[in-house]
Design a protein around this ligand. Structure first.
Ligand SMILES: Cc1cc2nc3c(=O)[nH]c(=O)nc-3n(C[C@H](O)[C@H](O)[C@H](O)COP(=O)(O)OP(=O)(O)OC[C@H]3O[C@@H](n4cnc5c(N)ncnc54)[C@H](O)[C@@H]3O)c2cc1C
Length: 438
């Protein structure tokens, strides 16, 4: 079929292949785009009624697109998403972690000696973990390593609060609880290069751009994937599809849930990797106010007392990139999971209690909110993967390995270097596609 340039290239020696891609997130769309551009016959099957997966821009507030999933290109240098953003014509705005205002549990701004103590405890926490990684080969949880190293039981309440903030910071980045994350491997990912940017017009511009001209069927919940030496059959709640290959981009949480069965079963090394790697939680709570009443930095950071561990510690000032009077509160790991069972009103009340502690009881009530519940989402089962105690980095390679040359795997969790990111997911999709195109 066809050989007319980039949009419809010439399939390689193996000829034109029929490929089903399961999942229309960034990894599935990246794989499908590559295969279609090489002239293969690709169909994407997606359970939801939308594409994008964990990239999800809400248009609920007109004129203020909000990202409920990924927000940032983490490190624009050498990042394939930077190029896609240019091709899509998507505007980006830099945010800076150094642009932050920090507050103590009582709401006072952190200054002077306390600001120095805060910095010292963050360094002490990071040093404890890197010393452990150099010296030890028996794994332990992040919390136990750090608490041992800092002499936790002898610390004052205010020092405990600062160490706890530093611990919770790892939960915001990696989404696992510090009781579950592997101290040896939690940061085995590649270091971020360059600035962080986000999309005032929404991350979905990237997934929409990739999906142009692709055949994507939404509302197709894949239930079963069977294969033989002759081909694959992908069965959804509605139809059965035959193909030469399948690229499975199901989130790790979905694979763990057993919602999709494989026949014959998956190899032992892969099922072990599925079982042992972790899936964490990062939830967002956007609050819209009549006006801005908060500090004019990109980030607001709150150091709660230990009894409020991990609650409303990190906020993004959405007014900086968009000009809109909106705050974004993050909650990760255990507290992020707990509040999924709360009503929206309870969550907003809890957020407002923190904001009133900082900015006083006279601040206006929010006029609206948007709240995510990623762990309860049946097509995600969490926000992204982390390296759990008992897992090792090479398990991601097992997750990525193809089975019998027909069943290929992609998705953020399969990328050993850049898991938990959009660019890692995207690259994993290209890798899987290249196993088919050669
Ligand atoms: C709150 C949050 C914030 C984040 N922030 C950032 C960030 O700022 N920067 C960054 O780089 N990364 C961030 N990430 C991570 C990033 O969003 C993901 O790593 C990436 O989007 C994952 O892409 P994927 O294609 O692997 O998976 P997904 O996008 O989850 O794609 C998988 C697709 O499979 C579909 N599916 C599931 N089950 C079935 C089924 N049975 N049948 C058919 N289809 C099915 C899903 O609906 C989904 O569309 C964030 C994630 C979250 C949740």
């Amino acid at each position: 079929d066809s050989a007319d340039g980039e949009e419809n290239g010439t399939p390689g020696r193996s000829g034109r292949q029929k490929v089903i891609v399961v999942g229309a997130g960034i990894s599935g769309l990246g794989a499908a785009r590559h295969l279609a551009d090489k002239g293969h016959d690709v169909s994407v099957l997606e359970a939801r009624d939308r594409i994008g997966g964990r990239i999800w821009t809400s248009q609920q507030w007109s004129g203020t697109p909000l990202d409920l999933g990924a927000s940032w290109i983490h490190g624009i240098d050498g990042n394939p998403i930077t190029d896609l953003a240019k091709k899509a014509g998507a505007k980006t705005v830099v945010t800076d972690l150094e642009s932050a205002t920090d507050y103590l549990a009582g709401g006072q701004e952190l200054e002077g000696a306390q600001a120095q103590a805060f910095e010292r405890w963050q360094k002490a926490t990071a040093n404890a973990l890197s010393a452990f990684q150099k010296k030890d080969d028996e794994d332990a949880s992040i919390r136990s390593v750090v608490q041992n190293a800092v002499g936790w039981s002898r610390l004052s309440d205010s020092d405990k609060a600062m160490v706890s903030y530093a611990l919770n910071d790892y939960e915001h980045e990696y989404s696992g609880s510090v009781d579950q994350m592997s101290a040896l491997y939690f940061d085995d990912d590649a270091k971020i290069k360059g600035k962080d940017v986000l999309f005032p017009g929404g991350y979905q511009q990237i997934t929409d751009h990739l999906a142009k001209g692709l055949s994507v069927q939404t509302g197709q919940v894949v239930k079963r994937i069977d294969w033989t030496s002759a081909g694959v059959t992908v069965t959804t709640d509605k139809n059965a599809f035959q193909a030469d290959h399948v690229v499975v981009t199901l989130p790790l949480g979905v694979l763990q849930s057993g919602a999709v069965t494989f026949g014959p079963g998956l190899p032992q090394a892969k099922t072990t990797a599925i079982g042992k790697l972790g899936v964490g939680v990062l939830n967002k709570c956007y609050l819209r106010f009549p006006k801005v009443f908060w500090a004019n930095t990109d980030w607001l950071q709150y150091v709660p007392n230990v009894d409020k561990y991990g609650q409303w510690a990190q906020w993004v000032n959405v007014a900086r990139p968009t000009g809109q009077p909106v705050l974004l509160g993050f909650n990760a790991a255990d507290f992020g999971r707990t509040i999924e069972n709360w009503s929206d009103t309870q969550i907003v009340d809890s957020a407002m209690a923190t904001l009133r502690t900082i900015y006083g009881s006279n601040i206006p009530a929010p006029t609206d909110h948007q709240i995510t519940r990623w762990a309860s989402d049946p097509y995600a089962h969490g926000s992204y993967s982390f390296t759990k105690l008992g897992a090792t980095s090479d398990m991601r390679d097992q997750l990525a390995a193809s089975v019998d040359g027909r069943v290929h795997f992609a998705g953020e969790a399969t990328d050993r270097k850049d898991y938990a990111t959009v660019h890692g997911a995207y690259r994993s999709g290209l890798q899987a596609a290249k196993k088919i195109t050669g």
